[in-house]
Design a binder for this molecule. Sequence first.
Ligand code: GTP
Ligand code: SPV
Ligand code: MN
Length: 620
Amino acid sequence: MALVDTFRPVSPSTSLGAPPSPQREGLAELEAWVERIAALTQPDRVHWVDGSAAENAALLRELVAEGKLIKLNPEWRPGSYLARSHPGDVARVEGRTFIASEHEADAGPTNNWIAPDEIRGTLDTLFAGSMRGRTLYVVPFSLGTVGGPLSHIGVQLTDSAYAVASIGMMTRVGTDVLAQIAEGAPWVRTVHSVGAPLAPGEADAAWPCNDEKYIVHFPDTLEVWSFGSGYGGNAILAKKCVALRIASVIGRDEGWLAEHMLLIRVIDPTGRAYHLAAAFPSACGKTNLAMLRPTIPGWRVETLGDDIAWIRPGADGRMWAINPEAGFFGVAPGTGEATNVTAVETLWGNTIFTNVALRPDGDVWWEGLTDEAPPRLTDWEGNDWTPASGRPAAHPNSRFTVGAAQCPQIAADWEDPNGVPLDAILFGGRRATNVPLVLEATDWAHGVFLGSTISSEKTAAAEGTVGELRRDPFAMLPFCGYNMADYFGHWLSVGERVRFDRAPRIFQVNWFRKGADGRFLWPGFGENARVIDWIIRRIQGTAPAVSTPIGRIPAPGSLNLDGIDVPEADLDELFAIDKESWLREADLTEEFYATFGDRIPAALTAELSALRYRLRGAPN
Ligand code: GTP
Ligand code: SPV
Ligand code: MN
């Protein structure tokens, strides 16, 4: 079939007419690179992805025919599919993620550094013949609208059709990106192989992958090489690898910020609109807040993005942000009518689900979709399941992939290439203790200090022990492509390029504080609108706050609690600031900063000293 033939929709002599030589050079470089990688990986076929609906439909048909996707019952879930991964390939592999900068110090202590020369040799060996028996797909993608002033383009070479279908939803893919390359636009090179070559006649696995995994970034040459995994951020390289790790390096050099942040527009009861970006670590509530349905009357939220924001100081002295992605790759468990009805509505169809459970009627289910589990399911590994099975039916990091346009509350102008001006930036994490529900920074440097000290309990989004507390500054620990201390300094310097009275205000939030009995003290989800309401009234200058040693918190009575029942004792605990614990946090921050040696900006060590001074002087 046409799909598996070598197919070049844009060639210098045909679709683009007869371009002058720079244009021909742009494509020639791409073609030469594709040929080089094909010679290394030895695929049976090369397919240039044009991004058309017909091509996507053919890909999905082929994936179903090969047993790699299960077509869901169109009566319940039209145009939707279920993929079941290999049980050893279910999340990002942070231990196998490397930054191959020339100098080790440029990767910094929070990244796994590897010498570029050494790893190039390893990759050459791993990728040699790795696509045998498979198709090499050439996927040109744009992060941000094609040609937008804040957009960047790249090409992913991959032997996974599942990855191609996913990238098609998560980014803008197709021939108009090739036209940009032809015109000489710079582009990021990414190569991905599941690392499972097929001998002639050998049957394929439903989820081909390799036990050995490498996710390698070359920040000096803007390249990514990923081997062995087909899952999420390991395989959709435009997402974490390019839009965060590589883009953070480009942003450092060009004066902007690539951030692990959701982006929303909040409209108050008078109709005034505000734009908020919020950085929470993986599986800590970005998608949920991005799709917030406020429980307080008169407020509305429009979704702009749920995972990544690119932020740049504008000529007007404000900070402008775009969501570079075109879809959502969201956590399924915990997404239900009661928690995130917007997500549930978004997933009505045209969705690829990965590692959720299958219902006997051909629809999907996961923990939290409904209060009660169906009596009989097939679990994410393909085994029979009943509520008595004693294990989750869906993997804790099971996900949905869906186009952003399907979100019922997506902002009408979500694709505006200029983005939106930011009014506030929020930092958060999962903290059972210490961190209050909401806290306002006193100024930009204090806000950067708050961002740099974020810690959070580990979640299932990456391999490792769930629940363990770790530092996750700016929610960027796994995603910053260079030395994190330099990144803190970059935040400080970008802040100097906005007008002091137009800089976004910075807040820290924590939906996850728990009582002594282990239950969440704050109802969360839609009720988080009450915290947003306070934040916006702070920006308007109408909500009172009280100063504490760690920042400003709502003055008693200033948080709108009409219509919910949060016991007075819980409220006290939500905002309790224990001096001794905070002095211990300050010690831990000092230890953390020390890992960077003298690269930590002086403004941040000054913030730490000031915090200790206030804590020691404050009455208990
Ligand atoms: P990534 O896609 O991995 O970056 O995750 P995310 O930050 O988008 O997290 P998401 O919104 O998918 O939420 C992850 C989990 O946190 C889900 O199980 C949610 O139900 C839960 N969660 C989200 N918001 C809240 C909240 O306000 N309170 C509580 N208790 N849980 C929440
Ligand atoms: C995250 O882990 O922050 C995600 C999922 O958004 S992945 O794309 O796999 O990184
Ligand atoms: Mn994320």
